[in-house]
Design a protein around this ligand. Structure first.
Ligand SMILES: *Cc1c(COP(=O)(O)O)cnc(C)c1O
Length: 494
């Protein structure tokens, strides 16, 4: 494709390069619209007068506004375009949810207000708590954790407390499949347990023999994601849970992929003891950039006594923040967690209603399989069969032309698309994990697939230079991400 031709998403036009705010070369004073300070400040204030010049970047008000707005335009969001980031469930967040969360009676209340002054808000939160219990098949829910990873820690703390109450203090081993998200082993370590990695079977699923070989009287839990991070359903899930329970352990579910199951199948019915729910993924509350999310944890009767407090309870017609518990692991985050996020989730779940929630997962799975079927002849598919809500490809067919996953991802940027998740999961070489979500039209999916097929055709034709040079249309091109993570420069120094 020549530089002059349109991109597949037809984006083009004015994009402004923008230096750091301190790199703008003005003298500071000209940016300030106030009259200068009088030299004869009263004696009493002099002790407080500044000895050195303030290090304020010298920008006028319009320049300041432009600086931040330009930077904001470099962000990609679901409102900007297709966002096929696998495992992240970047679905559209309906605007009505924002209206609901901003209602003064919900937005302007304080977590420490007396219960009887916030009955309406508590009723809405209690409703979400109840629905999450219904949807997961695990009826007892804590709303406190602030994110999925925080939910993992909370769930493992409950598992720890439960095992300790059984006198099983030496059970500290957590089995984690090698396909797991990096937060799983991190949470286990943070909770004072140690991890043993389970090697996935040839089909990318948990290998029952491998599981059996690692189960023993030190096993505290298995942490699993279902469907797993390769987008495949763990079809042996009931047997897996049975084996772990027979060995005296508990099953922790990473619920990040609930978008594949919501309204159709319930993790509690499959035998899991505990599940965190990434509300910012499945239930369409905004996420990205570390913004507020929520990772409520749903548990069965076994773990219910250990839930964090306070809990939102209903007695008669009144709602309470209940701290009454002898065995709770304590408070995990403030009082009730991210209540604004749950107001959005309430609006979202209400909009579908009990009878239509399954449409979410069915459309998400359909969209992922549509992408898979359009790309499977030109990209290597490591695991056969239908996928769930995301499809996994590798760069196997392209590496023989010298093109890697990173090149494909960068070329997608030039073609007008945010790349998919790359190099995760780790169980396949050169992974590309594509999660279209249910909110995309067939036209959008087609234009993304067209771009992917064009890249595959460029490889086959040996026309690969553009792929190695990509992106040419982005201001920042190929960053040293390892260096950025290991040696971040967070403070501007002249
Ligand atoms: C997103 C994700 C997590 C972590 O959730 P956060 O809400 O980002 O903390 C854990 N596991 C999987 C599979 C995920 O996709």
């Amino acid at each position: 494709m020549s530089a002059a031709s349109p991109t597949y998403s037809a984006t083009s036009g004015i994009q402004h390069e923008e230096p750091l705010v301190f790199e703008h070369a003005h003298e500071a004073p000209e940016s300030i619209n106030l009259p200068g300070v009088q030299a004869d400040i009263s004696a009493s204030l002099q002790a407080f007068s500044r000895q050195k010049e303030a290090r304020i970047p010298g920008l006028s008000e319009p320049e300041t506004v432009r600086h931040f707005v330009r930077l904001s335009q470099w962000n990609h969001g679901i409102e900007t375009g297709f966002y096929p980031l696998g495992s992240c469930t970047m679905k559209y967040n309906p605007r009505v949810n924002e209206q609901v969360a901003r209602l003064p009676g919900l937005a302007h209340i304080h977590p420490e207000q007396p219960d009887d002054s916030v009955q309406g808000a508590l009723a809405l939160l209690h409703e979400v708590q109840h629905w999450l219990g219904e949807i997961s098949g695990l009826p007892h829910v804590t709303m406190q954790p602030a994110a999925g990873a925080h939910g993992e820690l909370t769930g493992l703390m409950m598992i720890r407390a439960c095992l300790d109450a059984r006198g099983e203090t030496k059970r500290k081993k957590v089995l984690v499949p090698d396909s797991a998200h990096g937060t799983n082993p991190a949470s286990a370590a943070l909770c004072g347990m140690f991890c043993v990695e389970l090697k996935s079977g040839k089909d990318g699923r948990i290998d029952l023999d491998e599981l059996k070989a690692h189960l023993d009287d030190e096993t505290a839990a298995l942490m699993l994601t279902n469907p797993n991070t390769a987008g495949n359903f763990e079809s042996d899930i009931q047997e897996i849970c049975q084996l772990v329970h027979d060995a005296g352990g508990l099953v922790y579910g990473d619920g990040a992929n609930l978008n594949a199951l919501v309204g159709v199948a319930r993790p509690g019915d499959m035998g899991l003891d505990c599940l965190h729910i990434n509300v910012h993924k499945t239930f369409a509350t905004p996420h990205g950039g570390g913004g507020p999310g929520a990772g409520p944890v749903a548990v069965n009767d076994t773990l219910a006594p250990y839930l964090p407090v306070p809990r939102i309870t209903k007695k008669g017609d009144t709602y309470h923040l209940d701290t009454d518990s002898d065995s709770s692991v304590g408070s995990i985050l403030g009082v009730i967690g991210q209540s604004g996020v749950f107001m959005r989730a309430n609006a979202y779940i209400s909009a579908f209603g009990k009878n239509h929630l399954h449409q979410i997962s069915q459309d998400a799975v359909l969209n992922a399989n549509y992408v898979l079927s359009r790309l499977k002849d030109k990209y290597h598919v490591p695991f056969d069969g239908l996928c769930k809500h995301e499809c996994l490809l590798t760069d196997d067919l392209q590496t023989k032309h010298g093109v890697k996953t990173l090149d494909i991802a960068k070329q997608l940027i030039d073609l007008g698309f945010h790349p998919m998740t790359v190099y995760f999961p780790l169980i396949v070489h050169g992974a590309m994990l594509i999660e279209p979500t249910e909110t995309e039209s067939r036209e959008t999916l087609d234009s993304f697939c067209d771009a992917m097929l064009e890249i595959a055709a460029q490889c086959e034709a040996g026309d690969t230079q553009a792929l190695h040079d990509a992106p040419v249309k982005a201001f920042r091109k190929r960053l040293d991400e390892t260096k950025a993570a290991r040696n971040p420069v967070l403070v501007w120094q002249d």
